[in-house]
Write a protein that binds this ligand. Structure first.
Ligand code: BGC
Length: 741
């Protein structure tokens, strides 16, 4: 068992290495911050702290309560996700923490303000655009600072291991490289405002059902090659000041008291220099400090505030515990100093250029939209279609957003709030909300002649009768997802599949616009002419959808998750625990005896498209898939296994962007599929561009228990239009290589 002395030494002395790790093929092109220098300043500050001051930064409150008799907040504290009291004597500010990651969280409207509502993270993942991820992060980080927040609880980096996970929309993709790169650039963008970003929820937080007690089973190898690799790449690129640990257990250890995740992987192997904050209500006891937790967040949600008086008493009676307490403070201050929070205090009331941020929201939404089907060139829409019928999805009012702590309110608040649960403290948390900005109005404004009519879609027979009389039908179909609640299957809820089928039978010129948090099945696919996936497109979503429909922008999104043909093709046919554990429990353990295990060793590191490749079951739409109004070609792959180059060409008749995708398809004769590089490139009609990529060697390697190993032999690579449509194979001989992380 780990003793407190060893716990306090984990990572000490190793940190100077962090800034000098070899760059290799790792993507470090985002702005760098000097964590090692920050650490020595932090240590000097900690040396000046009294014992009582040492338990000031180690815990925080949730500065709002939904309970009617809750005590008033400390004066001047903004309602938000978290608050940690600072030490003014030492120039250490209060930590003011807001959610994240899709904009500044609205906390049930308690502040009465608004913020830019960005598209959800999976939409950002679909852009495959690192620079855009940086711009998105920069915008929300600016808003955090202007509103007086210095910690943004952003950086959702869990992989879409199960597409029914209710937070799929808050995460970027199912792939470790794509997630790691996109989240890393996003965090760098946030922190360019001299505020801290987290990366969360570390780790393997792959389902919301029973999230506070589910015990996920996974081997070290499978974890390192998948979910942990995503975090590792994200941390290398983004250098987040803090890592938020997860609610779930991993192989029996609570995420926020996991010797394996926190002390061994994060702090020892990755030499992570910042601090680990807990998720809200995820701290099992004081011992969590020994296992690597540095700060107890939202401490009122735990059974006790372990990291204040109890921690102080323990530290005063034992030098090893005091050393660990010092280290906790050094880490918190390292994160704050490195990101610039300490030198540049935040204050509420700053100016926000909402128009500029709306442009970022619009670009992200547009580039995130994936054109999935376009029969006979039905899209882009002809402006002279005589009659268009728009159906469903509250398209006359707004666009869907995901629920939970990431919920943002843009100006004016939601256009529609659909109550799904009327009882209990979390009832307002569990409402289906539609951002203002109506797709119907955006379509009408582009359609000077002919009629555009609307039907809510509650009565399929009525909508189908009108569909038969229209030239064209656009159905808006929605799937609401939210924190703490998984979806039970990938069907569209509320009878929308039947609605679409009935309308498509009445009029084959039917286009479906999906606003979903992740993959859905499409039993009606062959009966409709067009499908676009717009995800939860944020406050500029209506414009973005209309611009894609009418061809003002050429769609360039690519699926960051596989769309399986059926839930039967997933590693697990059901989300474990969904039947037993009621979602109104919000993931809590109903009684101490209740147990829940999820076996991630079934798929191991073969998540999403890798699982489809392994089982040979083709996806309905594979990872990386996305159509355009133009056509592209990727040719001339040359690679030595370390770098790769190829030519991308626009062979169509209009400007557009494509995503070059490079896959490892075989290792020594064993078929596999791993994305090892990607590049998003905009090309004029007829233009071609040579693209060069570095290949991260970890994507070619196996985790060997102590580090990475590349076995000598033949490695086969191919360019892919997506994870299933693969081009010519290029074989490379590689010699064996082993390295530690
Ligand atoms: C969520 C976190 C969030 C925190 C604070 C938790 O329930 O899991 O993602 O940052 O609450 O709101």
């Amino acid at each position: 068992m780990l003793d407190w002395k060893k716990a306090s030494l984990v990572s000490l002395g190793l940190l100077s290495l962090a800034a000098s790790l070899p760059l290799g093929a790792r993507d470090r092109s985002a702005p760098r911050i000097d964590m090692a220098k920050a650490r020595s300043k932090a240590a000097a500050l900690v040396a000046r702290m009294s014992p009582e001051e040492k338990v000031r930064l180690t815990w925080g409150i949730m500065p709002f309560s939904l309970a009617p008799n809750a005590p008033p907040l400390p004066v001047g504290v903004l309602p938000a996700a978290g608050f940690v009291t600072g030490i003014p004597r030492l120039g250490i500010p209060d930590l003011t923490e807001t959610d994240g990651p899709l904009g500044i969280g609205y906390v049930m409207g308690l502040r009465g303000d608004y913020a830019t509502a960005m598209p959800c993270a999976i939409a950002l993942g679909a852009t495959f655009n690192r620079q855009l991820s940086f711009a998105y992060g920069k915008a929300i980080g600016t808003e955090a600072r202007a509103k007086g927040f210095n910690v943004l609880l952003a950086g959702g980096a869990n992989l879409a291991r199960d597409p029914r996970n209710g937070r799929t929309f808050e995460y970027l993709s199912e792939d470790p490289l794509l997630t790691g790169q996109m989240v890393g650039w996003n965090i760098a963008g946030i922190q360019s405002n001299r505020v801290v970003s987290t990366i969360k929820h570390f780790a393997l937080n792959g389902q919301e059902t029973g999230r506070k007690f589910v015990d996920v089973q996974i081997s070290d190898k499978a974890a390192r090659e998948s979910d942990l690799l995503a975090f590792q790449i994200g941390i290398e690129i983004g250098q987040p000041g803090s890592v938020m640990c997860a609610y779930n257990k991993v192989n029996g250890e609570p995420g926020c008291a996991s010797q394996y995740l926190l002390n061994e992987v994060l702090k020892r192997d990755w030499r992570y220099p910042g601090w680990v904050m807990s998720d809200w209500g995820a701290v099992p006891g004081l011992d969590a400090a020994r296992y690597g937790l540095d700060q107890q967040s939202g401490a009122g949600l735990d059974k006790e505030v372990y990291f204040e008086k109890t921690l102080l008493q323990a530290a005063l009676s034992d030098p090893a515990k005091m050393a660990r307490l010092d280290e906790m403070n050094v880490r918190i201050l390292t994160g704050l100093i490195a990101t610039g929070v300490l030198g540049d205090p935040v204050a509420p009331g700053g100016q926000i250029d909402f128009a500029k941020h709306n442009d970022v929201a619009l670009q992200s939404a547009e580039e995130g939209i994936v054109l999935l089907r376009n029969q006979a060139g039905i899209l882009p829409l002809a402006r002279d279609a005589k009659s268009i019928l728009v159906v469903g999805g509250y398209a006359d009012s707004g666009v869907l957003s995901g629920g939970g702590s990431s919920q943002v309110h843009n100006k004016g608040g939601p256009a529609i709030t659909r109550v799904l649960m009327s009882q209990g403290a979390f009832a307002s948390f569990t409402t289906e909300q539609y951002h203002r900005g109506a797709p119907l109005a955006a379509i009408r404004s582009r359609k000077p002649t002919g009629s555009v009519r609307f039907r809510p879609g509650r009565y399929a027979s009525d909508a189908a009768r009108l569909a038969a009389k229209s030239d064209l039908v656009i159905i808006f179909a929605t799937q609401w997802m939210a924190e703490a609640v998984d979806v039970s299957d990938l069907g569209l809820p509320d009878g929308q599949d039947a609605l679409i089928s009935q309308i498509a039978a009445a009029n084959p010129n039917t286009i479906v616009v999906l606003e979903t948090g992740g993959p859905v099945n499409m039993p009606w696919l062959n009966d409709v002419a067009g499908v676009i996936e717009a995800w939860y497109p944020g406050q500029a979503g209506a414009e973005a959808i209309a611009r894609v429909l009418f061809g003002e922008t050429n769609p360039s999104g690519r699926l960051p998750v596989s769309f399986p043909a059926s839930t039967a093709d997933l590693p697990r046919t059901e989300v474990p625990g969904m039947i037993e554990f009621d979602p109104v429990l919000f993931g809590q353990q109903p009684d101490p005896g209740a147990k829940l295990y999820t076996d991630y060793n079934i798929e191991g590191s073969d998540i999403g498209y890798r699982w489809h490749a392994r089982t040979g079951r083709a996806a309905l739409f594979p990872f990386g898939f996305g159509l355009s109004y133009s056509t592209f070609e990727a040719t001339g792959l040359a690679t030595d296994g370390r770098t790769a180059s190829f030519l991308l060409r626009n062979t169509g008749s209009r400007k557009g962007s494509t995503v070059g995708q490079l896959y490892l398809v075989k290792r020594n004769g064993v078929a596999m599929r791993r994305l090892v590089g990607f590049a998003k490139v905009e090309l004029q009609q007829g233009e071609e561009r040579q693209v060069k990529l570095k290949i991260d060697p970890r994507l070619l390697a196996d985790w060997n228990g102590h580090g990475w190993s590349i076995a000598s032999g033949t490695y086969e690579f191919a360019l892919g239009d997506d994870a299933e449509r693969i081009g010519a194979i290029k074989s490379v001989k590689l010699s064996s290589r082993n390295w530690r992380d």
